[in-house]
Design a protein around this ligand. Structure first.
Ligand code: TTP
Ligand code: MG
Length: 385
């Protein structure tokens, strides 16, 4: 199956947050960094970049280039908080999210294009969510591997969306400077420049034996990248503590059938994410927010960890029923925590559990191939649609 990777990178991250939180700064040159004489620029708003101000420049030099800029000390706690909010959004799009720093991450969305006509639509939707929910802009790149996706996210900044379609790699790469290759720093670029090679296209076309004398064995990996080949997987960070889904409804829910349907949908999604990450969990939590905003959560810890939709659904249903309700439901959520690697529990041979697991593997395989909309439990299908 064709892999699809999205790279998301926030635009002028620290500076945009400061502009958002102090609208007087919108449209103005803003520099975030250490304010002392020895301070350096963390980042500059795009307005300040026009004056040649950039990250890692000394603050003194930055002020010289752009005296009218508003300079702000970084507020790292605030940026971490926003970073976590971004992460929450990304997690809704794929169980495979690999953060690279506070403001950028890879998502493996392979197979999820079944839900969307095109993986570019996923990127578009992520950007829209970030704009709507956080009032910030992100740039995204979509391609068949990490190297190309990261390269693409940088090609149309700010607020960009650049898609490199399979087969277009060589065309996009050919004219780009060699520095764009992942792992090529100033020193390597200078060595290669001695051979008269400046673009990725030239580099890809040069005999590796010749290049090896200048840059060593790295040449073989770099030439793969220069041809647009990169098999590195997206590695989700391991400290996942819980997996959940929640939704605030457009209109409050009153009908048991609707609530039951939501719980089934959540169980389906959460189970799928658990299995995709090869995890199972023991603690199931249901969260309910009523029309009055009163919020109640109920948890149960199971004897055995599970990733099975059916177990999650039945537990969630019982938990829900234990919550007294006499008003509409504004929000429902289902979370599984107390996670452990899947397959650690001792299942009896040929037990119902094992059959279920085989069935889930088949269903997950179909979802991966055709998108999760294609495979849904019978009860979720709306007869009117
Ligand atoms: P970047 O993504 O490199 O830069 P950016 O988001 O400010 O601008 P853009 O992506 O639109 O080019 O880095 C993200 C944040 O990391 C940045 O806002 C500030 C911080 N940072 C530093 O503190 N020092 C640095 O040298 C760099 C490069 C970034
Ligand atoms: Mg950025």
């Amino acid at each position: 199956m064709q892999r699809y990777i999205i790279h998301v990178d926030m635009d002028a991250f620290y500076a945009s947050i400061e502009q958002r939180d102090n609208p007087q700064l919108l449209g103005m040159p803003v520099i975030v960094g250490g304010l002392s004489n020895r301070g350096v620029v963390a980042t500059a708003s795009y307005e300040a970049r026009k004056f040649g101000v950039h990250s890692a420049m000394s603050m003194v030099e930055a002020r010289r280039r752009c005296p009218q800029a508003v300079c702000i000390t970084p507020d790292h706690r605030k940026y971490s908080f926003v970073s976590a909010q971004i992460r929450n959004i990304l997690d809704r799009y794929s169980p495979l999210v690999e953060p690279l720093s506070l403001d950028e991450a890879f998502l493996d969305v392979t197979g999820m294009d079944g839900l969307y006509a095109d993986p570019a639509d996923i990127a578009r939707s992520i950007k829209a969510d970030i704009k709507e929910q956080l009032q910030l802009t992100a740039s995204a790149g979509v391609a068949v591997n990490k190297f190309l996706a990261k390269l693409a996210s940088d090609l149309q900044k700010p607020d960009g969306l650049y898609v490199i379609r399979p087969g277009e790699e060589a065309k996009v790469l050919a004219g780009l400077p060699i520095r764009r290759l992942w792992g090529v720093g100033e020193v390597t670029a200078a060595s290669i420049a001695k051979l008269g090679i400046r673009t990725i296209g030239q580099f890809a076309a040069t005999d590796p034996k010749l290049l090896e004398g200048y840059i060593g064995r790295a040449v073989f990996d770099l030439q793969q990248l220069a041809r647009g080949i990169d098999d590195r997987p997206v590695v989700p960070d391991q400290q996942v503590k819980s997996i959940g889904n929640e939704e605030t409804f457009e209109e409050d829910l009153y009908q048991w059938e609707e609530i039951e349907k939501q719980l089934l949908l959540f169980a389906d999604k959460v189970g799928w994410r658990l299995r995709k990450l090869n995890l199972s969990g023991r603690t199931v939590t249901v969260k309910v927010r009523f029309a009055s905003f009163r919020t109640v959560t109920r948890s149960r810890t199971l004897d055995e960890a599970t990733s099975l939709d059916g177990v999650l659904y039945h537990t969630a249903k019982e938990l829900y029923k234990s919550i007294p309700a006499n008003e509409g439901i504004r929000l429902l959520g289902l979370t599984v925590s107390n996670l452990q690697p899947a397959g650690q529990s001792i299942a009896l041979f040929d037990s119902g559990q094992e059959k279920q697991e085989v069935l889930h593997k088949v269903v997950d395989g179909l979802k991966a191939r055709f998108g999760s909309a294609a495979v849904t439990k019978g009860r979720l299908i709306d007869p009117h649609k």
